[in-house]
Each structure stands twice: as C-alpha cells, then as structure tokens.
Ligand binder design. Structure first.
Ligand code: NAP
Length: 420
C-alpha cells in the first residue's frame, strides 16, 4: 500500500498475522513500526523513546524501521484535518504502533482524538502495567508491593460519547422520553440539565475479561479482579461483573476458579495452578490498592473506573512521567504513555520520557521481543537508581542529577550498552 503523505521506509518489512484465531504474529527482524509523535511534549518524549527502543532492538540483534504517522497538530499542518484516514490505515496494516499524547480541548471543539482512535481501531483493551522501578520516589512507604496490571475497557461506558448539552432540543427530547415513556418522572431536576448514556455490553465486557484472564494465565498471575460499581449501577456495572464471571465459569475449565468456589470448595486456599477471579466495588478498590496492595494482581475494569484507578495506582509508583500503557485489539497493539501532552512544557527538552520508553517495552513484549523489553526496563531502572533523572523525579530525590529529556535518553542508552 502506498500512502499520500506517509513515507514508507526503504528498509524493513511489515509485521503480519499468522493466525487470526490466536492473533499470532510473524515479526520480521526489522519490522516497520508506525510512530506518532503527538502534540505538546510528544515532540520531546517520542524521539527519546524512539532512540532507546532502537538501541534495545539493535542490542538484541534486531532493528526497527520507524515510519512517521500524523494526528492532531501535526496532521492539521500536513493534511488540514485532525485524524487522517491513512493514519488509521497505517496502524491497522502494520499491526503494532506507538504514539505520544494528543491534546483534547475541554468542553469545546472536537471530541478526543484518543477516544476516536481507540474506537475506530477497535483497540478495546487499554492495558496499564503498574510496577515500581527501584529508586523512583513514591508517596507510599512500600511502593515495591505494587505489581498490578489493569485491563480497562476502551470502547464504551460514558466514553461512548452519547450525551446531549443542556438547553438543546435534543436534551429536552431525551428528558421527555425518560420521564414520560420510561417512568422516571421525579428523577431529573427541573431546569438546565446535560444528559449522557452509559452503555456496557456483554460483547465488549466479555472480550475484555478474556484478554485479562488470558494475560493472567500466560504470565502466571494469581488473580483477576473485576472492578465495578454494580451496587448502584446494577444493569451496567453490575452486568459487567456478571458477564465477567460468566466468561470465567464457562470458558476456561479448571484453569480459572471464582472466589466463591474457592471458599465453598477449598476453604479459601489458593490453588497453585489456577487463576482466581473475584470482584470488588470500585470505591473500596481505591482503598484496597493503598492498604492491601500485594493482594491484587490483574484488574479488569469498565472505561471510567479504569481511568481513575490506573492513575491512582500510577501515583503510587512515581506518577505520570513513569506510567506506561498500550491499547490492544485483535492482533493489534497501539502503545502510548498514560500521560497527556502537558502543553506548558512542550518543546522544552524537560519532561520525563520514561513512560513512553516503557510503553515501547510493552509493545516489544507483544511482538515477542521479551529480551529487548527487559533491556529497556532495566536500563531505565539503572539510570533512575543512579539518580540521573528529569525534573519531575529530581524534585523528589535528594542529591540527584537533573537531566534534560535528551540527556536522560543518552544516559539510558549508555545503560543499554552496558547491560546488553
Ligand atoms: P498531562 O498532560 O498528563 O499533564 C499533567 C501534569 O502531569 C503535568 O503538568 C506534569 O506535572 C505531569 N506530567 C505529565 N507528563 C509528564 C512527563 N512526561 N514528565 C513529567 N511530568 C509529566 O495532563 P493534562 O494537563 O490534564 O492534559 C493535557 C492535555 O493532554 C489535554 O488536552 C488532555 O486531554 C490530553 N491528554 C491526552 C492523553 C493521551 O493522549 N492519551 C492522555 C491524557 C491527557 P507537573 O507540572 O506537576 O510537573
């Protein structure tokens, strides 16, 4: 396929899918990987991440042929639109890609480009591992206890974008329907009101929970926790939990056991060879991640809970400069840091690129490049342990050396050479 404005590198080959059923990939020695720098600090963190990922690939006997793609401000300059069709196509065709943050204006203008990307590509699981790197300052006493990974549903819930603005004809039509036809006549307050709809489907819930359970089984994790607010929102979040248990009970045989069965049949004793599926109410869970950190492992959550909880977990291991993520669909991975475009720091060569580097490590792991992924993680950890850090960590580390984004990347590259 040729593109209008995307330059395809001369070297490198595409990653292909061997088996659509199992999502198995055929990854060449030098894959073409699309990279979207993004807005704001994307211009700082993306080149730094690219440098480190290339170094780790080369140090493990491979290479990456990077292919720049565009969205947000870079796309407005090149295409005069926010999200060009060929950006979507390039990600779809190459199966694995990485992006920096994209700015979303609040209240006005276009809806989030990130949400649009996730919905168009149907990358239905937003995956955020939260583990502590030695030396990273944390607000909790034992940050090393945190080793969780959240699977956040990415395509529905209140993020589906079905909402109407106060004062419009549409919102009044919805109010009328809800009050007169559905019988909720004393529920919505009089006067101006905005109304949104929260869809949670069996299809989206089950495919997300499958991804979480598959991950737990493949990575020898002990449990998968379904996190919901089903005590209040019974038919949406409650259904999320019920459908999640259905997947656990009906599709995995002895490999998966529910917490109820654990107590009824095994007196609470955790089996060595099975993943336990349990559920927790979301507000309680926000306490549990602080007070019983070690008990939790893999989490599966609807979209909004996932957003809140993974940021809260991220704070415990050092904050946004460190927190990586990736969006997964069927045989599709779009890695991205958790943080946004922090416009006030854009272009200052100042912010922490670790989150995007570690997002690249998730991408490498998905490609089967586990050694390269480990090298990226170990090199970041070694650099931070040496107290060679960007401003965000420097302000919390006594006696540290404050580095610019590019200097920090050079220090991580040195450690890659040393550790390889
Ligand atoms: P943000 O861009 O994540 O920045 C919030 C604060 O987090 C920064 O001021 C900074 O804190 C810290 N921070 C973020 N990234 C950092 C890094 N790499 N290194 C060090 N510190 C970092 O959040 P926001 O200001 O709420 O959002 C800005 C824009 O990004 C919005 O348009 C939002 O919609 C968008 N956004 C995009 C994505 C995405 O593309 N996936 C995700 C979230 C938000 P200090 O100033 O305290 O040092």
């Amino acid at each position: 396929m040729s593109y209008d404005k995307i330059e395809v590198p001369d070297e490198g080959e595409r990653i292909r899918v061997v088996d659509e059923e199992t999502d198995e990939l055929d990854v060449p020695g030098t894959p073409i990987i699309p990279i979207l720098y993004g807005d704001g600090i994307g211009q700082d963190v993306a080149p730094a991440a690219k440098e480190i990922l290339t170094a780790a690939a080369r140090a493990t006997g491979r290479d990456v042929a990077w292919m720049r793609i565009y969205a947000g401000e870079s796309a407005r300059e090149k295409y005069d639109e926010n999200l060009p069709g060929e950006t979507i196509e390039a990600i779809r065709e190459h199966r694995v890609a990485i992006k920096g943050p994209l700015t979303t204006p609040v209240g006005v203008g276009y809806r989030s480009l990130n949400v649009a990307l996730r919905q168009t590509l149907d990358t239905y699981a937003n995956v955020r591992p939260t583990y502590h790197l030695e030396g990273v300052p944390s607000p909790v006493s034992n940050p090393e206890q945190m080793d969780m990974i959240s699977f956040r549903e990415n395509t529905e819930d209140v993020y589906a974008g079905i909402e109407w603005e106060a004062g419009t004809d549409e919102v009044e039509q919805v109010r009328e329907f809800v009050e007169d036809e559905m019988g909720f006549d004393e529920t919505i307050h009089d006067g101006a009101v905005g109304i949104g709809v929260k869809p949670i489907s069996e299809h989206a819930t089950k495919r997300l929970v499958r991804k979480a359970i598959d991950y737990a089984l493949e990575h020898d994790r002990d449990s998968v926790t379904l996190i919901h607010k089903g005590n209040i929102m019974k038919f949406t979040e409650g259904a999320f939990s019920e459908w999640g248990y259905e997947v656990a009970e009906e599709e995995y045989g002895d490999e998966v056991i529910t917490e109820n069965t654990l107590w009824e049949e095994r007196d609470g004793e955790q089996p060595d060879d099975a993943v336990v599926v349990n559920d927790r109410i979301a507000d309680n869970m926000l306490q549990q991640v602080l007070t019983r950190t070690e008990q939790y492992d893999v989490m599966a959550l609807p979209n909004l809970n996932g957003d809140y909880l993974s940021d809260a977990c991220g704070a415990q291991i050092g904050g946004l400069g460190i927190a990586p993520g990736a969006n997964f669909g069927d045989a599709l991975c779009l890695a991205e840091p958790v943080h946004g475009s922090a416009p006030k720091y854009a272009g200052q060569d100042k912010v922490n690129p670790t989150a995007m580097m570690l997002s690249g490590a998730i991408m490498f792991e998905y490609m089967g490049w586990t050694d390269a992924a480990e090298l990226v993680r170990d090199a970041c950890e070694a650099t931070i342990s040496d107290k060679r850090v960007t401003y965000d960590l420097h302000r919390q580390i006594e006696g540290g050396e404050k580095l610019a984004t590019s200097e920090y990347a050079a220090a991580v590259a040195e450690n890659i050479e040393e550790l390889a």
